[in-house]
Design a protein around this ligand. Structure first.
Ligand code: SAH
Ligand code: SF4
Length: 383
């Protein structure tokens, strides 16, 4: 396991400005307020997002007086790694982070070797909140309740942690000779703890910061926001200049079934949700992914598959279903077997609905977000 130095939360950091939460124009303003020329902001951005430094002493092209002042007044994503787990095949790595107020969040790095035409990917699964207010019954985070929104800087810091780790020790796919080791983050998905569209402004700000060509320079097409289905926020997202990918947590084809596992459905029922998706597609011309967590005996029947096919067929090539066998977080749910999944998918194909199945990964390190924190807190309470 590589050792990465991280600035720990300390009393010193409390009144400091977290630079990872500032867009480039905001950083310029921040520096100008302190009597510095605006071009220093680009230099800082380059140190933070290209060189991936964790401290100010490394910023050698900044005058010493400015570096001293930064030490006094600024921080670089203050948080502490409480635990880091690597799956047996090292393709999934998960960290438990303690924020400056002691709250715990999880982030995951998923590594994919190159297959056929597609190149290798290093995807960070980012948390947007500590806990979640939406209480989906199959979700470990949902069962914790809501703590608070993450700041933009706390969202950005999760990505930078893994970016630094890969820079220090590039990952080479085992058994694939000739493929170049992967040393940078290629994708981010807002599929960690929390509901990203409930924390709309901070999430969008974090994505804009990571998108900046003067810094991390990650393309919007490499970013995915997953939502439980907050209708007004989906409409707002469709008007953003930053065109990220949208994934909708659907998980059931009827209001009756969806309301059983997803309380949010009572507020935004399927008809309204689908209409917002239709408007999103019309506004952006982009495909929407529908996530469908398969719960054996609950939503994986042939009837559900037909209903789902009928619901999504009108969206034609603009809808794609991602079937996800549930990662059992409680005794209440279990994933269907391979044959049942195949049958479910075949019915979707009959309706002309494109779909895929998410390969299970990281089971040995508590893959579904929220599980690691739950386990950690259980152990802590037993100590
Ligand atoms: N709140 C957002 C994003 C975070 S959850 C959302 O709900 O979309 C990311 C994805 O993981 C969602 O599709 C969610 O439904 C799914 N998920 C939650 N618990 C799961 C579990 N136990 N097994 C598999 N997927 C799960
Ligand atoms: Fe929250 Fe998403 Fe979990 Fe539902 S699935 S409880 S919205 S994190």
């Amino acid at each position: 396991m590589s050792v990465i130095s991280i600035i720990g939360p300390s009393a010193n950091n409390i009144n400091k400005t977290d630079l990872l939460g500032l867009t480039l124009p905001e950083m310029q303003e921040w520096l100008v307020e302190r009597g510095e020329p605006p071009f220093r902001a680009k230099q800082l951005y380059s140190w933070l997002y290209r060189h991936l430094v964790t401290g100010f002493s490394a910023m050698t092209n900044l005058p010493q007086v400015l570096r001293d002042r930064l030490v006094q007044e600024a921080s670089i994503g203050p948080m502490v790694v409480r635990s880091e787990l690597h799956s047996k095949d090292d393709r999934t790595r998960k960290i438990l982070l303690e924020l400056s107020d002691g709250k715990l969040i999880e982030s995951v790095l998923m590594l994919y070797p190159p297959i056929g035409e597609s190149s290798a990917r290093a995807t960070v699964c980012v948390s947007s909140q500590a806990g979640c207010a939406f209480g989906c019954t199959f979700c470990a985070t949902g069962q914790m309740g809501f703590d608070r929104h993450l700041s933009a800087g706390e969202i950005v810091a999760q990505v930078l942690f893994f970016a630094r780790e890969l820079r220090t020790a590039p990952w080479a796919a085992e058994g694939l000779p000739g493929s170049a080791p992967i040393d940078h983050i290629t994708n981010i998905v807002l599929m960690g703890m929390g509901e990203p569209l409930h924390n709309y402004d901070n999430v969008l700000r974090a994505l804009r910061i990571l998108n900046s060509p003067d810094g991390f320079n990650l393309g919007a097409r490499h970013m995915t926001v997953s939502t439980v289905g907050l209708v007004p926020a989906i409409r707002k997202l469709s008007q953003e200049p930053l065109q990220v990918n949208l994934a909708i947590s659907l998980h059931a084809p009827t209001d009756e079934l969806r309301s059983q596992t997803m309380p949010v459905n009572k507020k935004y029922p399927l008809l309204e949700l689908l209409s917002a998706c239709r408007d999103y597609i019309d506004a952006t011309g982009r495909q929407v992914t529908f996530e469908y967590v398969l719960l054996a005996g609950v939503n994986d029947t042939a009837q559900s598959a037909h209903q789902l096919g009928e619901l999504l067929a009108p969206l034609k090539q603009f809808a794609h279903v991602n079937c996800i066998p549930v990662n059992a977080t409680s005794a209440d749910y279990r994933p269907p077997g391979g044959e049942a999944i195949r049958a479910f998918r075949d019915i979707l194909f009959e309706h002309g609905v494109s779909n895929s199945v998410r390969a299970e990964r990281g089971d040995d390190i508590a893959a579904a977000c929220g599980q690691l924190r739950t386990r950690f807190e259980r152990n802590r309470n037993h100590q």
